[in-house]
Design a binder for this molecule. Structure first.
Ligand SMILES: N[C@@H](CCC(=O)N[C@@H](CSC=O)C(=O)NCC(=O)O)C(=O)O
Length: 277
């Protein structure tokens, strides 16, 4: 593991780390933000999962996440969105392949050799982060945007003891039923839709609701809202399952980092309230 960049922000440090991932079989980069409070001892930690086409950099540079993290005393880990590099399969579209790992374990060739973003994050990166940084293992939460919102919801619902809290900005909420999800799941998991259920938040919440109170923000002018995000399907399933959640429809906001940065502080505060309740 090698620190390739250290950047001071709001009294703390963004560290960009490169390491050889055993799970993915390629070198990977991620960013970790350590707030000033981490100089005195372990701090709670939030995992931020990004959307299609992103790396760790989008949220660190445009999400106003370091200000919120320093304000509330959180470490942040921002992984990449897929394996990358020569020899890693890719697609012409921005919504499959490199930059579009969908936080799952692919079972279909040629993707299955490298695309295992869920276990990369929950196992390999988890161990690396807790071994290397002063984070309080018992106080971790997860959040994300769009494809990363899908990742946050599914990884939380499947690992509620690891990620005790969860929130999302404009998540892909029912991926089995939208074009982005149908394309990715067909390629990565095959055409048998029964195998998709394990990665669909609207299905998972019906099967295994968590004890957390999930916060979701959704802009009403989001260009992907009607076709891709389908928050109503998740909302119906959550209500039926008794999952505690708040879905805020934010008038006039789109899908961009202008929207995310506007509500970033609310999300970090939400995690703090839940983790320290
Ligand atoms: N056509 C766009 C599509 C990519 C895009 O909008 N990506 C979003 C996430 S969408 C769902 O996961 C994003 O976060 N982009 C990065 C950013 O900094 O805004 C394109 O190819 O640009």
């Amino acid at each position: 593991m090698k620190t390739v960049q250290t950047i001071k922000s709001h009294g703390g440090q963004v560290r960009v780390i490169e390491h050889d991932s055993e799970t993915l079989g390629v070198p990977m980069q991620f960013a970790a933000y350590l707030p000033p409070q981490a100089e005195k001892g372990p701090v709670p930690c939030l995992w931020y999962l990004s959307g299609l086409t992103c790396t760790w950099a989008n949220v660190m540079e445009k999400g106003e996440i370091t200000r919120a993290a320093a304000g509330h005393g959180f470490a942040i880990v921002a992984p990449d969105t897929s394996p990358r590099g020569e020899g890693v399969p890719d697609d012409e579209g921005y919504d499959l392949g490199q930059g579009a790992g969908f936080y799952l374990t692919a079972t279909q060739a040629p993707w299955s050799k490298h695309y295992r973003m869920d276990s990369y994050i929950t196992d390999e990166l988890q161990t690396l982060v807790t071994d290397s940084f002063p984070v309080a293992e018992a106080r971790q939460g997860i959040f994300g945007h769009s494809m990363g919102g899908h990742g946050a919801l599914t990884l939380h619902l499947k690992n509620p003891d690891l990620y005790k809290t969860c929130s999302a900005f404009a998540p892909i909420s029912a991926p089995s039923q939208c074009p982005w999800g149908e394309k990715a799941f067909t390629a990565y998991l095959g055409s048998d839709r029964a195998r998709w259920a394990d990665y669909d938040a609207a299905i998972l919440v019906g099967r295994q609701p968590s004890q957390a109170h999930i916060l979701i923000d959704q802009g009403t002018d989001d260009q992907f809202l009607a076709e891709q995000l389908l928050h109503g399907i998740f909302e119906d399933a959550a209500r039926t399952a008794g999952q505690a959640y708040t879905l805020r429809r934010q008038p006039g906001y789109d899908h961009s980092y202008y929207f995310i940065s506007t509500f970033m502080d609310d999300h970090v505060r939400h995690h703090r309230q839940e983790l320290f309740a």
